[in-house]
Design a protein around this ligand. Structure first.
Ligand code: DQA
Length: 160
C-alpha cells in the first residue's frame, strides 16, 4: 500500500509558522513518527507552494507514467499511489483546478486541515476540495494526517 501526503503552500514552514495555530513540530519530524507508526505502508511526501506542481503530482498519483505531463519533472517510478492525503493549504479556498484534478483521478483523496477552519475567518469556511474528496479530517492538529492514513487503510481493507 502506497500513500502520498501532499502539503500545499506555506506548509513547508510548519513548526515556525503561527505555532499557536499549527503547533511547534516540523512536518519532517512528524513524518518520521508516521513512518514508524505504519511500517507496512509506503508513505511518500510531497510539498509545494506552486498550484500547478500540486496538480501535476495528483495526475501522476492517479495515472502514473500515463499522466501525459508536459514537464521534465516526472516521477522516477511513475508516481502511482493507492491513496492521497491532501492538505492544500490556502488553495483549498481558491482552487477549482485542484478540485478538477481530484475529480480526474480514481485514487481516493482525504482532505486534511490541521486547524479547525470553521472556527477561523469566513474565507476559510469554503473548500473547493471537500466536494471532490472521499473524506475530510479537520481540526485535530498534525494527528489529522495519521487519522487520514488510518481511514485510507481501512477503506482498502474493506474493499479486500
Ligand atoms: C490549513 C488551513 C488553511 O486555511 C490555511 O490556508 C493553511 C493551513 C490547515 O491545515 O489548517 O495553510 O489548511
Amino acid at each position: 500500500m502506497k500513500i502520498l501526503i501532499i502539503n500545499g503552500p506555506n506548509l513547508n514552514l510548519l513548526g515556525r509558522r503561527e505555532p499557536g495555530i499549527y503547533g511547534a513540530e516540523t512536518f519532517e519530524k512528524y513524518l518520521d513518527e508516521l513512518r514508524r507508526r505504519f511500517p507496512g505502508t509506503d508513505i511518500e511526501y510531497f510539498q509545494s507552494n506552486v498550484e500547478g506542481e500540486i496538480i501535476d503530482r495528483i495526475h501522476q498519483a492517479g495515472f502514473g507514467a500515463d499522466a501525459n505531463l508536459n514537464t521534465d519533472a516526472t516521477h522516477p517510478d511513475g508516481g502511482l499511489v493507492d491513496g492521497i492525503v491532501l492538505n492544500a493549504g490556502a488553495y483549498t479556498h481558491t482552487s477549482v483546478a485542484i478540485h478538477d484534478a481530484i475529480r480526474a483521478i480514481k485514487t481516493p483523496v482525504i482532505e486534511v486541515h490541521i486547524s479547525n477552519v470553521h472556527q477561523r475567518e469566513e474565507f476559510r469556511h469554503h473548500s473547493y476540495i471537500s466536494p471532490a474528496a472521499s473524506g475530510i479530517i479537520i481540526g485535530f492538529g498534525l494527528d489529522g494526517y495519521r487519522l487520514a492514513i488510518e481511514g485510507l487503510l481501512q477503506k482498502a481493507e474493506s474493499k479486500g
